[in-house]
Design a protein around this ligand. Structure first.
Ligand code: NAD
Length: 428
C-alpha cells in the first residue's frame, strides 16, 4: 500500500442543529459553524467533512433572524424554529448532530429530546443538574448508538493542558489543596441572564469549569461537598438567587491521602473591571506550586474612549480572539472554538472514519474520551447537584449543610440535628 492510499479523499456533510442562540452561540458556535460549514474539517481517516448549521431553535427567534441578517451569506441557509416546541420542530429536520446552549436548568429537556431522536449531542456546561438526569441521558445515548458530549473548554486551555501534562508525567506530585476564583461582571446577572436568573447561582454556571478541571486533571474520588454564598444584589438578601458562592470539595486519592479545593465565584463584579472575567487558580503539591491567572497572561491595552467598557484592558487572546493573520486573512480562533471542532471531528470519525461494520468500535473509542463524554461527568454533576441542594437548604433557613458521596449515594447532612436526605441512591 502506498502512503497516499491511507489518506481518505472522501467528502462528507454533518448537518448541525443549534438549540439556544445567546451569548455563547455568538462567541464560539457562530464562528465555528461559519468555518466548518465552508471549509470543513479534514482527517486522514474520513477525508473532508463539512458541518453547516442547518436548523436552530430558540425562545423567540429574534436573535436567529438578527444573525441571519448580520451573517450576510456566511451562515448558509438555516431554518429557525421558536417556542412553543422549537426543539421538537428542529428535530423533525434532517440534522445529524445538535448542540444545546440554553440556560443550564433547561439543558436536560433539550438534551433528552435530542438523544431520543437518535442525534449526536453536544451540551454546554454544566451538562445537567442531577445524577438522575445524567443516568437518563447516558442510557438514551447508548440505546440510540450516538455520542453525548459536554463542552468544558477550559480543559483545552494551553495552560491547563500544561498543568495536566506535568501531573501526568509525575513532575508535579500529589495535589494537596488549591483554590480557584472566577468573577463575572454584573452585566451577566443584571442583563444577559436577567430573564432566567431567579433561583440561580454563579457556582453552577462557572465554578463547574473548575470542578471539571480538578476532577479531570487530578482524578481521585470526590468525598464531600460544602458550599455557602451571599445574596442581596441580584435578588433579595433572604431569597433563592445568589450573588456569589464559595464551594469546597474534598477528594481522596488511591493512596488514601486527601486534597481540598475551594472555588469562589460571583457575577456581580463591577462592569468597569479591566477584564471580562477574573480567573485565578493555585494548586499546591507535595513538591511544587502552580499559580495561574488567565487575565494576566501578559497583555494590557488601553484605548481612550474604548477601555474598559467597550473593550477590556486585559484580554484572553487564547480563548477566542479575532485576528488579522500575518497572511492577510481575518480569523476568529481559540480553544473555545477548538473544543467544538473536536466534537464534530469525533462524530465524523464515528460515522465516516472506517468501514460501516466497525462503527460500534469507533463509537466506543469516542465514548472513552473522558474529557467530554457524559459518562465521565458523574463527579462533576454530583458536585453541582450537591451545591444546588446545599444552597436551596440555605435559602429556606438551613445554611451549612454538607453533602457526602457515600456507598449508598449522594447524601445531604444538616449541620447539627436533623434528617439526612438521600439526593441520589446508587454509585456516584
Ligand atoms: N462554555 C462557556 O464558557 C460558556 C460561556 C457562556 C455560557 N455558557 C453556557 O451556555 C449556555 C447558554 O448560555 P448563554 O450565555 O448563551 O445564555 P443566553 O441567555 O445568552 O442564551 C440562551 C439562549 O437559549 C434560548 N432558550 C432559552 N430557553 C429555551 C428553550 N426552552 N428552548 C429553546 N431555546 C431556549 C434563548 O432563546 C437564548 O437564545 C449555558 O448553559 C451556559 O452555562 C458556556
Amino acid at each position: 500500500m502506498t502512503a497516499s492510499a491511507t489518506f481518505s479523499t472522501d467528502q462528507h456533510v454533518l448537518r448541525a442543529g443549534m438549540v439556544g442562540m445567546g451569548m455563547i452561540f455568538d462567541e464560539t458556535y457562530r464562528p465555528f459553524f461559519e468555518q466548518a460549514g465552508a471549509a470543513g474539517i479534514y482527517d486522514p481517516s474520513f477525508g473532508v467533512c463539512q458541518a453547516p448549521l442547518t436548523a436552530v431553535a430558540s425562545r423567540t427567534g429574534g436573535r436567529a433572524e438578527a444573525y441571519r441578517r448580520a451573517a450576510a451569506g456566511k451562515a448558509g441557509d438555516f431554518q429557525s424554529f421558536r417556542e412553543p416546541d422549537s426543539i421538537g420542530q428542529l428535530l423533525k429536520t434532517d440534522v445529524d448532530l445538535v448542540c444545546v446552549a440554553t440556560p443550564d436548568d433547561r439543558h436536560f429537556a433539550a438534551a433528552k429530546a435530542v438523544l431520543a431522536s437518535g442525534k449526536h449531542l453536544l451540551v454546554e456546561k454544566p451538562s445537567v443538574l442531577s445524577l438522575a438526569e445524567l443516568d437518563e441521558l447516558d442510557r438514551l445515548a447508548r440505546e440510540h448508538g450516538v455520542l453525548a458530549k459536554v463542552v468544558y473548554h477550559k480543559l483545552l486551555d494551553p495552560d491547563h493542558k500544561k498543568l495536566r501534562t506535568l501531573v501526568a508525567d509525575g513532575d508535579l506530585r500529589h495535589v494537596n489543596h488549591g483554590y480557584c476564583s472566577l468573577l463575572e461582571p454584573k452585566s451577566i446577572s443584571g442583563g444577559q441572564f436577567a430573564e432566567w436568573i431567579v433561583g440561580r447561582n454563579p457556582g453552577t454556571y462557572v465554578a463547574v469549569h473548575y470542578i471539571k478541571l480538578i476532577d479531570f486533571t487530578f482524578g481521585g474520588r470526590l468525598k464531600s461537598v460544602a458550599c455557602t454564598g451571599q445574596r442581596g444584589l441580584v435578588g433579595p438578601a433572604d431569597g433563592p438567587t445568589w450573588d456569589s458562592t464559595q464551594l469546597r470539595l474534598i477528594y481522596q486519592y488511591d493512596d488514601g491521602r486527601e486534597a481540598a479545593f475551594d472555588i469562589h465565584t460571583s457575577w456581580v463584579t463591577p462592569d468597569n473591571f479591566p477584564g471580562y472575567v477574573e480567573q485565578e487558580v493555585q494548586f499546591r503539591f507535595d513538591n511544587g506550586v502552580w499559580n495561574g491567572h488567565s487575565r494576566k497572561r501578559g497583555v494590557e491595552c488601553t484605548i481612550e474612549g474604548q477601555t474598559p467598557l467597550a473593550r477590556k484592558i486585559t484580554m484572553n487572546n487564547h480563548y477566542n480572539g479575532t485576528f488579522l493573520e500575518p497572511w492577510g486573512e481575518r480569523s476568529q480562533r481559540g480553544y473555545g472554538i477548538e473544543v467544538l471542532e473536536r466534537f464534530v471531528r469525533e462524530v465524523a470519525t464515528v460515522e465516516f472514519g472506517g468501514p460501516v461494520g466497525e462503527r460500534e468500535q469507533r463509537l466506543q473509542r469516542a465514548r472513552e474520551l473522558s474529557y467530554n463524554d457524559l459518562s465521565a461527568d458523574r463527579q462533576t454533576v454530583a458536585a453541582v447537584q450537591a451545591m444546588e441542594a446545599i444552597l436551596a437548604r440555605h435559602a429556606v433557613g438551613q445554611p451549612n449543610c454538607i453533602v457526602e458521596l457515600r456507598r449508598e449515594g449522594l447524601v445531604l447532612l444538616p449541620p447539627s440535628v436533623g434528617e439526612t436526605e438521600v439526593l441520589y441512591r446508587g454509585a456516584c
